[in-house]
Ligand binder design. Structure first.
Ligand code: NAD
Length: 449
């Protein structure tokens, strides 16, 4: 990340005098997170794969072409540790976590990646196994809090019925074991049973796909458009007509199309359908519901317009547009729907009963729509951003903003690109086994864990 992207606090504590003072008074010194860079290897250093479950060999096979797989006797630092815990069937066997991680945990490099692989607890073969597998969550969340210098720890539950090559797991492994997940920490990913096909190129997985991004004129939405386009998609950028100029700027920048569209309009899905019929053979492969607003007030002082507008944009529009486009067949078989929830929808936030209800509703939307659209092989997932450096968060009063920015394991705010990369992971054709997931992009926020 360029120095220019760092906020003022980070600039101060990473400068020579600032770093000296920060060290003396115990101010947290945020690590400069290593993010994805085109042409660079996904991780800079060896990955140690261990454990004795059904996934360890398939994982080695998946990773060996693009990663440097090391043995436990390797010298120096590891860029990643992957532990297959699917062999743990009784609580006594959880000690295998200690045995594997204890000797090597200090040897993880900055911006390192730690993954524990488990079996989806609801799909385990016995009560003992279910208990043991559920225990993995406490382990990974705590290790996430212990790891320093931008290292992340994730738990991936893989369906008990996954194919022997674990093909459905590959997109998740590659996302986690890269700079694309720099601000995703201590999350639980769930990978279903379906087999997945690797794209022709992992650098351009969305080649030939048509994506719609709402709220694309600025902020996180503009970055989502940029990342989906980088990955090969043609992006239809939508935003309110009043945002016309910046919307065209985004569309031009990403080589996409700009479509002025108020997502709350009764005919929003129809307008979208007509647009893709005229230009893209009537098909949308990827639908990202990013448009969102806040109208904060404590409930007692809230007028009904604040309640209605937030619900209309954040929740009702995604629900309705998805249903209509799926019904019309515009959202095609194998399509991808991605919602944008929020930490507020998980933890709640004072002054945001309307916003938090709408964003918790997005999680309900993911649960409901993923089940409903599974027969069409359409996946539905969401990101839940924590503190992301945007105009929305720049408007928060200083003290609250500083607290929000620091209260996570990364001790810094995330960038719009961190949210966009997670959305691109969900959007990938290789993520066909990844549905009904809500992944927080929050650097392991202390709130709502
Ligand atoms: P932003 O205000 O910078 O951008 C939101 C965009 O949505 C704007 O361009 C706006 O014009 C557009 N929009 C609003 N109403 C619309 C409508 N009716 N039709 C079409 N477009 C509409 O916000 P942001 O920070 O980029 O947030 C993007 C999403 O991420 C939102 O859903 C927000 O709730 C969510 N989010 C943001 C943060 C954060 O820290 N910034 C945290 C959690 C969640």
């Amino acid at each position: 990340m360029a120095q220019g992207n760092l906020d003022l606090y980070s600039q101060f504590v990473t400068s020579a005098p600032g770093s000296f003072i920060a060290g003396k008074v115990g101010l947290p010194q945020p690590e400069q997170l290593r993010r994805h860079e085109a042409g660079q290897p996904a991780l800079h250093g060896p990955v140690l794969v261990g454990g004795e479950g059904r996934l360890v060999e398939p994982v080695r096979a998946i990773l060996e072409s693009d990663y440097d797989l090391a043995g436990a006797d390797a010298e120096g630092k590891f860029a990643g540790l992957v532990f297959d815990a699917t062999g743990i069937r009784r609580t006594e066997d959880l000690k295998a976590l200690f045995d594997f991680f204890n000797p090597v945990v200090r040897r993880v490099a900055a911006s390192g990646r730690v993954i524990v692989l488990g079996t989806t607890p609801e799909e385990t073969g016995s009560v003992e196994e279910r208990i043991a597998q559920r225990a993995l969550e406490g382990f990974t969340r705590s290790l996430g809090k212990e790891m320093k210098r931008g290292t992340t720890v994730q738990l991936v539950y893989v369906s008990a019925d996954a194919d022997t090559g674990a093909s459905g797991l590959e997109s998740t492994l590659r996302f986690i074991l890269s700079g694309k997940s720099a601000y995703v920490d201590a999350q639980v990913f769930r990978v279903g049973a379906g087999a997945a096909t690797a794209p022709a190129s992992w650098d351009r997985p969305l080649e030939g796909k048509v994506a719609v991004v709402t709220g694309a004129a600025r902020g996180i939405g503009a970055e989502i458009a940029a990342v989906l386009s980088r990955d090969g998609a043609h992006v239809i950028c939508c935003d309110v007509p009043a945002a016309g100029e910046s919307l065209s700027a985004t569309a031009n920048k990403v080589g996409g199309t700009s479509l002025p569209l108020d997502v709350t309009a009764a005919d929003a899905a129809e307008v979208l359908a007509k647009h893709v019929q005229e230009r893209h053979e009537g098909v949308v492969d990827i639908l990202v519901h990013n448009a969102g607003i806040t109208r904060d007030k404590t409930l007692a002082g809230m007028d009904s317009a604040r309640w209605d507008s937030v619900m209309a944009v954040n929740l009702i529009a995604p629900e309705r547009i998805t249903a209509e486009l799926a019904e019309k067949g515009v959202l095609t078989e194998g399509g991808r729907v991605v919602g944008v929830s929020s930490m507020a929808g998980i933890a709640g936030n004072r002054g945001q009963t309307n916003y938090a209800a709408s964003k918790a509703g997005v999680i309900g939307f993911v649960d409901g729509a993923s089940a409903e659209l599974a027969s069409k092989k359409i996946t539905v997932n969401a990101v839940a951003p924590g503190f992301i450096e945007t105009q929305m968060t720049a408007a928060i009063p200083f003290a609250t903003r500083e607290a929000g920015r620091r209260m996570n394991s990364m001790q810094q705010g995330g960038l719009p690109v961190d949210v966009a990369e997670t959305i691109a992971f969900f959007a990938s054709p290789a993520s066909s086994a990844v549905t009904d997931n809500v992944i927080r992009v929050c650097g392991q926020s202390l709130l709502g864990a």
